[in-house]
Design a protein around this ligand. Structure first.
Ligand SMILES: [Zn+2]
Length: 60
């Protein structure tokens, strides 16, 4: 296994870890039922994606 030649400085370590923070999940609005959903996902409320019904929901 490859082994690092030098100890990484606290500065380098900080630069690497600058991308580690958690961020707030993006939320978008369903074009069919106006409820909040995750982008690029089928709406969990009405089962629509891109204004077409993809999954038939049992209870509406
Ligand atoms: Zn919807």
């Amino acid at each position: 296994m490859a082994v690092p030649k030098r100890k990484s400085s606290k500065s380098r370590q900080g630069m690497r870890r600058s991308h580690h923070s958690a961020h707030v999940r993006d939320i978008c609005v369903c074009s069919n039922c106006q409820s909040s959903k995750l982008p690029h996902r089928i709406c969990p409320h009405c089962g629509y994606y891109k204004n077409k019904e993809v999954i038939a929901m049992e209870v509406e």
